[in-house]
Design a protein. Structure first.
Length: 426
């Protein structure tokens, strides 16, 4: 986490203190601040009337538009680095172009364009902080600063403020400063992972503070009762354990492949056990607070896909499905009175908005990422945020959604690899 000169080999103290550098840092700080804390007051009641849902939040639009604009200005002396990133990340550039082109066949081209500006703006913010930082650890400090504020406030709020909890399936779950327990669970998951890796890499005289932040984040994760985030945390933990065992016992050659085969055999055994002994599967769902339909989500997936079946190849337009008062959403709300604002599956939302073409581009991005990670033999913890996002999006829709902390870490982690590659070639 502390590798110096990761982003700019020609970095010097003068450029570090330039106006553009400060502009990028200020923009990135407030970007993270509003991603974590939001732009509306906390502890509000969840909307239960579809007529109260709106397509936009004026405060949020104004705040983030200013942040995007300032970040774009900060890139003025770094255009060459920006073009290198675009050239390196061909699949990401293709996906952004495809989502923009979808505006031409979208039923709501203005909404599609606004959503595209938001996702493009978030990439600009992240790129700007990278090119103006002398080390990766300097960037991570922004996350730590925000978490030093967010986590204690959240912990205190769930203890003393009734609005920081919500009722879910007859039980009380923590939502903290977030709108919903699932969003809060994702933030707690991200925080837990950041502090876990900080324990291993962050050099500080006050290590006990890092331990405290990790413990509190874990408590908040459990208290959120977000089964998707909890399962993701457990899977990431098992993956880290698997990697540590492989490194500790120096598995290589045949030994390494035997370990992989053993892991694959374990997964296949679980699948067959679920098929042959369905009662075990039911017990697992009961344990995680789910049912085999994932609380009706599989039915929702079927219905939304049937609506866009005629446009399944290219989609109906980026951000153009979950538009309040639209015909397709009014139909969905007649069936699902809990007023879903996403399909609760990131891949389903990618398909309905950008089609199978969009999903194929996303798959190509992920394949390229893990191929390069393996080819360059990069051993870092950023890949775990990519993996976490992949897992979470089987139950939550956060891919290419700027309001999600998960997708910000996904973007952040994805672009780090490109910067490392580019700097090796400079």
């Amino acid at each position: 986490m502390g590798s110096e000169n990761l982003f700019d080999k020609n970095y010097n103290s003068l450029s570090h203190k330039s106006f553009f550098s400060y502009l990028a840092q200020v923009s990135f700080f407030f970007f993270l601040f509003f991603i974590f804390f939001g732009t509306s007051l906390p502890f509000q009641e969840n909307l239960q009337d579809s007529e109260l849902l709106t397509t936009s939040n004026p405060v949020r639009q104004t705040v983030f538009s200013i942040i995007y604009f300032l970040s774009l200005i900060s890139l003025t002396p770094k255009w060459n680095k920006l073009f290198k990133i675009i050239k390196q990340e061909k699949f990401l550039a293709i996906f952004l172009i495809w989502t923009l082109l979808s505006m031409f066949w979208s039923n709501y081209p203005d909404v599609t364009f606004k959503r595209w500006i938001q996702i493009f703006g978030s990439y600009i913010v992240i790129i700007s902080i990278f090119v103006h930082s002398k080390s990766l650890d300097e960037v991570i400090n922004f996350f730590r600063i925000i978490l030093y504020i967010y986590i204690p406030i959240s912990f205190i709020s769930v203890l003393i403020i009734p609005g920081a909890t919500m009722s879910y399936q007859g039980e009380s779950a923590w939502r903290g400063l977030a709108d919903h327990k699932n969003g809060f669970g994702q933030i707690a998951l991200v925080s837990s992972l950041i502090w876990f890796f900080s324990l291993r890499n962050y050099k500080s005289k006050f290590k006990w503070i890092v331990y405290s932040m990790f413990f509190i984040s874990l408590v908040l994760l459990i208290g959120s009762k977000s089964s998707t985030s909890l399962i993701t945390f457990l899977i990431i933990g098992l993956l880290i354990l698997f990697v540590n065992i492989k490194e500790k016992f120096s598995f290589s050659g045949i030994g390494k492949w035997l370990l992989y085969i053993l892991g694959l055999f374990f997964v296949i055994s679980l699948i067959f056990a679920a098929i042959l002994f369905p009662s075990v599967l039911d017990s697992f769902f009961n344990l995680t607070g789910k049912d085999p339909t994932f609380t009706g989500r599989t039915d929702l997936w079927t219905d939304v896909l049937s609506i866009v079946s005629k446009k399944i190849i290219w989609g109906i337009g980026y951000g153009a499905f979950w538009v309040p008062n639209s015909a397709q959403l009014n139909y969905i709300y007649q069936i699902y009175i809990w007023l879903p604002q996403q399909s609760h599956n990131g891949y389903i939302d990618i398909i309905i908005e950008t089609g199978l073409i969009g999903l194929s581009i996303l798959a190509s991005m992920l394949i390229a990422y893990f191929y390069r990670n393996s080819k360059w033999q990069i051993e870092n913890f950023w890949k775990y945020f990519i993996i976490a996002a992949i897992i979470l999006n089987f139950q939550e829709s956060s891919l290419f959604r700027t309001t999600s902390m998960v997708v910000i870490l996904f973007t952040f982690s994805y672009l780090i690899q490109s910067f490392e590659f580019i700097n090796k070639k400079i």
